[in-house]
Design a binder for this molecule. Structure first.
Ligand code: C2E
Ligand code: MG
Ligand code: MG
Ligand code: MG
Length: 292
């Protein structure tokens, strides 16, 4: 039995696939437990920094699952099945709640740094999302503009009207929007023309190939130019080396995120890191050229 899968590839339905979907069902049941258990799903946090001052510009929340039997799982191990299940709503609310708990803690410590949360495109099909987010912001007493929602451009999909409605309601509430993995989606530019956003995140694949691919470098340069022209922030993701950092600075990119600066870290570590970054920022100016 063969079925044409969504992406146009041919999926074969056989014994192993059967086993895989049984396993996915088990995983979803376990996720339901994890959402109740409260100590299995944890956020790790990765700062983005200003390339000229070294100051933190924001912090992205990334989900990890400390599974009692399967060990540590990353989003790649479970996000897809969650997106295609009735667990997406509860999962999205859980992540937002955890992220806003963290942001509320920073506010109490006097740290004024926005937190970025990744949203599955599919959760934008739920017209209740803006009201839920408004309620969570109120409950945690976090100002709306301290929350950045990262969305990927797979949002081309279906039901554009619902998605546009949800996103524009969120934006009118003051929540910020970022386009994640910019340049990898189906129609980045059409998306930008439709939805006003605040930030573009240059996909890691372009940063990675920038040095030996003129095409990749041109894509980074024009994304940065586009962001400036539209008055948006631009953040390069997946920066691993000093050479990448200086190349980005030369292309006019103002902020970056990646292992070169910080790996994602547990919530109890990040307060100290942000505090010292914020204090050091004025004097701790990163050189534009690592070798210069
Ligand atoms: P993303 O939003 O583009 O997140 C960046 C990913 O790159 C993260 O992987 C991060 O750990 C990794 N990364 C950061 N710096 C570097 C670097 O210098 N080098 C390399 N090689 N990798 C780096 P992670 O945490 O595995 O997340 C993967 C994707 O899963 C994310 O991509 C995001 O799309 C999704 N995701 C993560 N957390 C959530 C969540 O809470 N909800 C939803 N719906 N999706 C999430
Ligand atoms: Mg992201
Ligand atoms: Mg990203
Ligand atoms: Mg990415």
């Amino acid at each position: 039995y063969q079925a044409k899968a969504g992406g146009g590839s041919v999926a074969t339905y056989d014994g192993s696939r059967d086993a895989a979907s049984t396993d996915q069902l088990a995983l979803l049941a376990e996720l339901q437990e994890a959402l109740q258990a409260d100590d299995q799903l944890v956020l790790v946090l990765q700062p983005a920094v200003d390339l000229t001052t070294g100051a933190p510009t924001g912090v992205e929340a990334l989900i990890r699952w400390r599974h009692p039997r399967r060990g540590w799982l990353g989003p790649a191990d479970f996000i897809r099945p969650v997106e295609n299940s009735d667990q997406l709503g509860p999962f999205t609310r859980y992540v937002l709640d955890k992220a806003l708990t963290v942001a509320a803690g920073w506010a109490r410590e006097g740290l004024d740094i926005p937190i970025s949360v990744n949203l599955s495109a599919r959760s934008l099909l739920d017209h209740r999302l803006p009201a839920e987010i408004a309620e969570a912001l109120r409950r945690h007493q976090v100002p709306a503009d301290r929350l950045v929602l990262e969305i990927t451009e797979t949002v081309v999909m279906s039901d554009l009207e619902v998605i546009d409605q949800v996103l524009s309601t969120l934006r009118s509430m003051g929540v910020q929007l970022a386009v994640d993995d910019f340049g990898t989606g189906f129609s980045s530019l059409a998306f930008l023309a439709r939805i006003p956003v605040d930030e573009l995140k240059v996909d890691r694949s372009f940063v990675l190939r920038m040095a030996d691919s003129p095409q990749a470098a041109a894509i980074v340069r024009s994304t940065v130019g586009l962001a400036h022209e539209l008055g948006l922030r631009v953040v390069a993701e997946g920066v691993e080396t000093a050479a990448q950092r200086s190349a980005l600075a030369e292309l006019g990119c103002t902020a970056a995120q990646g292992y070169h600066f910080f790996k994602p870290m547990p919530a109890d570590k990040i307060g100290a890191v942000l505090g010292s970054l914020a204090r050091q920022a004025p004097t701790n100016v990163l050189p534009l050229r690592a070798d210069g």
